[in-house]
Design a protein around this ligand. Structure first.
Ligand code: ATP
Ligand code: MG
Length: 666
């Protein structure tokens, strides 16, 4: 049964500048009355925010502890550099830790930490307060003070959280670098931020093996003059080289320190962290975030989008703390709200493909937040795996990082959410700091594949190239037309690049240009259509990669798909698709007839214009280390060019496999 409607294409009707709107979705899931009755969010929130945006955000900020209250909610006179809660003073770490202890919740578990080999630790808020204080005291003894930068290059260990919060407590900026990045990537990030201290571990567990980590730091800091100390957590007992004077063991420097530390209160606009974007499109940017506005929106969105009930929920976000999702939805949002959460060290298939569901069952996880790439991997492994576990505690499911294909959404709902838990598809970026567009559970009737509506207090629009809002059914570019509390305050050390990247395209309107294509459906809900750089132009039609990929993924044999536009002498660009087949489908589905069936399927789902010129079955797709498909590399393959920069790829050998296969098939 196909529940999608195909819109007839009228050639010539569409302007060159807006995206064609091709895929339609009519499977709508209204919230249950039972969920709605207990939900944190109500439809009232939208009305409140519309009536007075600044008063609305001031109400949200009052959920935090301020040492000094602000005098002005928003100062936008220095646009595009915003100031939120001007004159207010707070300590971010105090908000995330101490105040919960002072409120009598010291015995509540803050973190159920689960190591990859199966070891585990439960850390209460009282213990977290002691550990963060010890770490702050230790960092201070190493000379770290307000405004200094600290690089954190750690696996998913509790010490990563202690380190981030200790920096926040001291007013130092952390720059977390994902533990899967190379020494070269680490070195450039350390040098860009001029970090004084690097915090790392001897090694990390990856797929059941202890892998060295500190060796990367040793290589990196050979050419980072700013680094004075390297603090090393012992995790795997891997042998390490030691540089006396520079290197210090965590257990020597932190463990004996006093377990109390008096926090200083900092200005609302005091910088909190630098985080480099994932590098899907090019050279990573050092995104700068500050304190009061960021924490306000982190806590607000975590409370409303996940319907968090801190006394009873067990929340689990599967991101790495090296990404913004880990910053806002493992560290700052959940801890500001006093949540109990799971942090898992390892990969989803160690020691077996049911590990996530085993963890959900073990801790009774109620709120689960992951990425489409992970969901598609679970689909590939098969629904019989989650079916072996008790997942009945799950009550809200989240998705972030890429557009989620409607079929993956449906699979998530059925096989993980028991056709019961609402799904929140959350659109945001490193730059936005926190969730911007998402359904609200208990309020929004959800649609597979659509992030739907800006949150209360957030303004977003789909516009054409000239900045005019497109109508229902129209496609174009996503912009944010009002400043928001967690917005970036710039690119570290490069104000010009900040203005140029985000604010120059619609300078006359003052809109923030997100770089993503989007459309409105007939109800006015927003669909994210992938990066503008990836949009294809076929015979004058601007077609979204996401829509064609979603059509491919809706075929029963396809697990994942990546689509690019390759130059074509007759149509301008031709659609080239790379597909990964679902487990068991390999034998029957890679032949010529099967490829033809896939091409016809796309034509049937979205129209003949979107029929791929070529489809290639591949074993893997090139992805960033955060799991996002890197289409620009596939475009290089499809156009027989030399392959561009692969330094942010998770596995660069994937590209050799794909280009060799492409050369023989075309
Ligand atoms: P770079 O900016 O360096 O190329 P990146 O954009 O991948 O890297 P992030 O800030 O981690 O770095 O990702 C934000 C982007 O991820 C968004 O601009 C959008 O393209 C995509 N994205 C995130 N969440 C969603 C979502 N729910 N639906 C669609 N796209 C999403
Ligand atoms: Mg980006």
């Amino acid at each position: 049964m196909s529940s999608k409607r195909v819109e007839r294409l009228e050639v010539g009707k569409h302007s060159q500048n807006t995206l064609d709107n091709l895929l339609h979705e009519e499977r709508i899931h209204a919230p249950s009355g039972e969920f709605a009755a207990q939900a944190n969010a109500t439809s009232e929130l939208y009305a409140q925010a519309d009536a007075d945006r600044e008063a609305f955000w001031a109400d949200q900020a009052r959920h935090l502890h301020w040492d000094t209250e602000w005098e002005q909610v928003l100062d936008w006179s220095g646009a595009p550099f915003a100031k939120w809660f001007v004159g207010g003073k707070l300590n971010v770490a105090y908000n995330c830790v101490d105040r919960h202890v002072e409120a009598g919740n010291g015995d509540r578990v803050a973190i159920h930490w689960e190591g990859e080999p199966g070891d585990s630790r439960a850390i209460t808020y009282a213990e977290l307060a002691r550990e963060v204080s010890r770490t702050a005291n230790a960092l201070a003894s190493l000379g770290v003070g307000a405004g200094d930068r600290v690089a954190i290059y750690l696996p998913m260990l509790p010490e990563a959280v202690y380190s981030m919060l200790a920096c926040a407590r001291l007013g130092a900026l952390h720059s977390v670098v994902f533990g899967g990045f190379s020494s070269e990537a680490l070195r450039t990030r350390i040098n860009d931020a001029q970090a004084k201290v690097v915090i790392t571990a001897d090694g990390q567990y990856r797929r059941g093996k202890a892998m060295p980590l500190k060796t990367n730091v040793d290589e990196a800091v050979a050419a980072t003059p700013s680094v004075e100390h390297v603090l090393v957590v012992q995790r795997t007992k891997t042998d390490v080289e030691w540089n006396d004077g520079r290197d210090q063991w965590w257990h020597d420097v932190v463990e004996g320190r006093p377990a109390s530390h008096t926090p200083e209160f900092f200005d609302s606009e005091h910088p909190l962290f630098i985080l480099y974007t994932s590098g899907t499109t090019g050279r990573p940017k050092g995104i700068l975030h500050t304190s009061g506005g960021y924490l306000t929106q982190a806590a607000y969105t975590h409370r409303t989008v996940f319907d968090l009930k801190p006394e009873t929920d067990v929340y689990w976000c599967t991101a790495d703390i090296g990404w913004v999702t880990g910053h806002t939805y493992i560290v700052y949002g959940p801890l500001a709200n006093g949540a109990t959460q799971v942090i898992y060290e390892g990969t989803p298939n160690t020691p077996h493909e049911g590990r996530h569901w085993d963890i959900v069952q073990k801790y009774g996880v109620t709120l689960y937040y992951t990425a489409p790439t992970t969901i598609r991997t679970f689909m590939k492994w098969g629904a019989e795996i989650p079916a072996r576990y008790d997942l009945s505690t799950l009550r809200v499911l989240g998705s972030v990082g890429e557009p989620i294909n409607p079929e993956a959404w449906m699979w998530y709902r059925e096989h993980i959410g028991g056709n019961r838990a609402p799904i929140v598809d959350t659109w945001w970026q490193t730059e936005t700091g926190a969730i911007m567009i998402s359904p609200l559970p208990g309020v929004t009737a959800t649609k597979p594949g659509s992030a739907q509506v800006p949150l209360p207090g957030i303004a977003a629009k789909v516009v054409d190239e000239s900045g005019e809002q497109v109508g229902h059914g129209g496609g174009g570019l996503l912009v944010l037309d009002q400043p928001w509390p967690a917005m970036l305050r710039g690119i570290w050390g490069d104000d010009d690049r900040y203005r140029e990247t985000y604010w120059s395209k619609f300078a006359d309107k003052g809109y923030y240009f997100a770089g993503d294509g989007a459309k409105y459906d007939d109800d006015g809900d927003i669909w994210l259509l992938g990066r503008v750089d990836d949009v294809m132009n076929v015979s004058g039609h601007r077609i979204s990669t996401t829509e064609v990929e979603s059509a491919l993924v809706s075929h029963p044999t396809v697990a994942e798909a990546a689509v690019v536009g390759a130059s074509d002498p007759t149509t301008g660009q031709g659609i080239v698709a790379f597909v990964i087949l679902r487990g068991g489908a390999d034998d029957q589905a890679s032949g010529e007839a099967a490829i033809k069936a896939l091409r016809d399927h796309v034509a049937h789902e979205i129209g003949p214009i979107a029929k791929p010129r070529q489809i290639m079955v591949v074993p893997e797709l090139p992805k960033t280390r955060s799991g996002k498909i890197m289409r620009r590399l596939l475009r290089d393959v499809a156009e027989n060019r030399e392959i561009g920069d692969v330094s942010t790829l998770a596995d660069s050998s994937v590209m050799n496999l794909i280009s060799a296969g492409f050369a023989t098939s075309s």
